[in-house]
Every structure is written in structure tokens, then in C-alpha cells.
Design a protein around this ligand. Structure first.
Ligand SMILES: [Fe+2]
Length: 348
């Protein structure tokens, strides 16, 4: 943080933008570094955590569901999983699509439409009402799960360029050797506080053959999503995925050339960024699996993305106003919004 009036060169620009990168904007200048704040109280504050520091229930209890780290009035939620044992039941989320991002480990997913093995950096899409279970193939894993009531789909700006779908999008495939199995619990996940559990006579994920062309469960690795840059001045990243209602948009925010974004206020979207790994640092984010959140309307700058050593990160923008759960707050720190390091007040 600079913490002092701007005293050299042209005064810094401050933007206010509607609809993320899509809408109206206003630009002004200021004499001071706008992201600086002395203190903050209340829930609508920028925070950061590191996924490995979160105590997650399914790490030690195979029966547990992933641990919720953020919720919202619109039903958008974030969860973290750290399984060491396979799920002993099957889940079907009947209220939301899910994107599972694999931060570490290798994870086998078995679903209503086939199986796939996801590795570090993979996004796995499981649409609403597709039943699944997952298991680490080693002895540990860590994933972030984004839950979206509005359906999610790949929406790159043009059909080729940002994504090479034919090469990099991998669909679930049916494992016809999976035994029919015995009685299996099927948990229907709803917005109720209590889940609904069916006892099925056989494993509901044991399938025969695929008849349709389309497969709704897929994986895509962050490293295979190209970055889009406007040179030399810089500009917004390009989305690769969004919800039908436009209330969730996701971007690859890994290193790219171009000037640093201006200080800005995002009027409509909370910004969740996962710094996945280096080698390079992204400003104040150096630990793999650093999760940052700047709520809508909170002025911020963000570190330069032009990091020659490279790093990997992704950005989730959501119109839903997220609230960290007590468990997540306990494991998190207040964040300054210049370089996304812990706020100086947390160092005292
Ligand atoms: Fe922003």
C-alpha cells in the first residue's frame, strides 16, 4: 500500500463500472491511492485465506459433505473439499450446477453419465440433478466447489481461440465394468437444512452404454484456457464460462502481458480470485490455493498480471453478494485491495 498522496506522474485513474466488464463506466482521477483503508467492521469486507488452512469436515469424516465457505441470498455458494477417503454415498444436487476446481490431488468422479479422472488445475462441470460421487486416487486432495442455481456453460468470446474444445474438453465416459452393487444411499441436495436420502437397491451410477451424442459432465484444465490481452495498454480478461442468467462469469486470470488494471469499483459483481500456483507471485499472493474476495462496491486495484515468471489464477464474478461462513472467517484475514496481501491492521 502506498498510504500517501500521489506525488509523481499523472494522477491515478479510478473507474466505476456496471455489469462487470460489459456495461457503463465512469473514469475520474484522484490525488490519493483510493484502495487504502484504515480499518473496517462488518460483513462486506475484502478477505483472503489459503485453502490448506481451512479445516474441512470431509477430510476426517468420510460421511461429511464439503465444507461451505461462502453463501448468498441468491443461492450461489462456495464449498471446499479435502477428502482422504471415497464418498460412501451418492449426491444429486437438485438446486444448482456445480463446478469443482481441483487445486491439488487427483480425483475420480463417477456420475449419472459416466466417469472421469480430474487432476490439478481441472474444472469439472456437474450440472443440476446429475448424481455423482468422487474419491481421491491418492491419499489427499483439495477442491473448491462453485454452486450456481443458474445453469453454467462454456461461453468463450468466439468458438475457437480462447478454448480448443476439440482437443482440451474431456467428457465423462461410461465404465461399463462397474458392478451393479448393493444398497446405496442417494442424497438429494436441496436448499432445505435437511437433506433427503433415498436408499437405492443398487449403485445408481452403474451404467450400460451411452446412447446420446451429448455428455453434460466434462473437465477442462485452467492451463488450456488461453489468456486474452490488449497491448500495450491492457484490458479486461475474457470469460470462458458463464451462467444463463448472467449472474456468474468465470475467467482465466493467469499471468498475461499488458499494463496493470486501473483502480476500480465493480458495481455489480463480487470478485473471487483463486491464486492457484506460481512460479511467480501475484502481488501479495504467493501460497498455492490463496482465495481472495473483494465484495461488490469495494474499491480495489489488484496486483499486476504481467508477471514474467508466470502464475496461474482464475476469477469468479458473481452478482450474488457472498458472505463468508464463520468457519471461513476464522481461517481468513482481512485483505488490503492494492496487492491483495493481508491488511496492515492484521499484522498488529
Ligand atoms: Fe476488479
Amino acid at each position: 500500500m502506498s498510504g500517501k498522496p500521489h506525488d509523481a506522474g499523472p494522477p491515478p485513474v479510478q473507474l466505476w463500472t456496471r455489469d462487470g466488464f460489459q456495461g457503463a463506466l465512469s473514469a475520474v482521477t484522484r490525488q490519493t491511492y483510493a484502495p487504502d483503508y484504515l480499518s473496517v467492521q462488518g460483513p462486506h469486507a475484502p478477505r483472503r485465506t489459503v485453502l490448506d488452512r481451512l479445516r474441512v469436515d470431509d477430510q476426517d469424516d468420510p460421511e461429511a459433505l464439503p465444507t461451505t465457505v461462502a453463501t448468498s441470498r441468491l443461492g450461489v455458494k462456495l464449498h471446499v473439499s479435502g477428502r482422504r477417503k471415497p464418498m460412501p454415498y451418492v449426491v444429486r444436487n437438485v438446486e444448482a450446477d456445480e463446478i469443482h476446481f481441483i487445486q491439488s490431488g487427483t480425483v475420480r468422479f463417477e456420475t449419472d453419465v459416466g466417469c472421469l479422472v480430474a487432476t490439478e488445475g481441472d474444472f469439472v462441470c456437474i450440472p443440476r440433478s446429475v448424481a455423482y460421487r468422487f474419491a481421491p486416487t491418492g491419499d489427499a486432495m483439495r477442491s473448491i466447489i462453485v454452486e450456481s442455481p443458474s445453469s453454467l456453460r462454456l461461453t468463450p468470446p468466439v468458438p475457437s481461440g480462447l478454448l480448443n474444445v476439440a482437443r482440451d474438453l474431456k467428457y465423462a465416459e461410461i465404465d461399463s465394468g462397474m458392478p451393479a452393487g448393493g444398497p446405496t444411499r442417494l442424497l438429494l441436495k436441496t436448499l432445505d437444512t435437511e437433506n433427503t436420502i433415498f436408499m437405492m437397491p443398487h449403485d445408481p451410477l452403474a451404467l450400460g452404454v451411452r446412447l446420446s451424442e451429448s455428455v453434460p459432465v466434462w473437465k477442462l484444465n485452467l492451463a488450456n484456457i488461453q489468456v486474452h490481452a490488449y497491448l500495450p495498454e491492457g484490458g479486461p480478461p475474457s470469460q470462458f464460462l458463464s451462467s444463463g442468467a448472467g449472474d456468474i462469469v468465470m475467467f482465466n486470470l493467469s499471468a498475461r502481458p499488458g499494463a496493470r488494471a486501473p483502480v476500480h469499483i465493480n458495481a455489480d459483481f463480487d470478485e473471487v480470485i483463486c491464486y492457484v500456483r506460481g512460479p511467480g507471485a501475484w502481488g501479495g499472493c504467493t501460497e498455492p490455493g490463496t482465495l481472495t474476495c473483494v465484495p461488490k462496491g469495494v474499491i480495489h486495484h489488484g496486483p499486476s498480471e504481467d508477471v514474467p515468471e508466470g502464475y496461474q489464477a482464475w476469477l469468479l464474478e458473481t452478482r450474488a453478494t457472498l458472505r463468508w461462513t464463520p468457519r471461513a472467517i476464522e481461517a481468513s484475514q482481512l485483505m488490503e485491495t492494492g496487492n491483495y496481501a493481508p491488511h496492515p491492521s492484521t499484522m498488529k
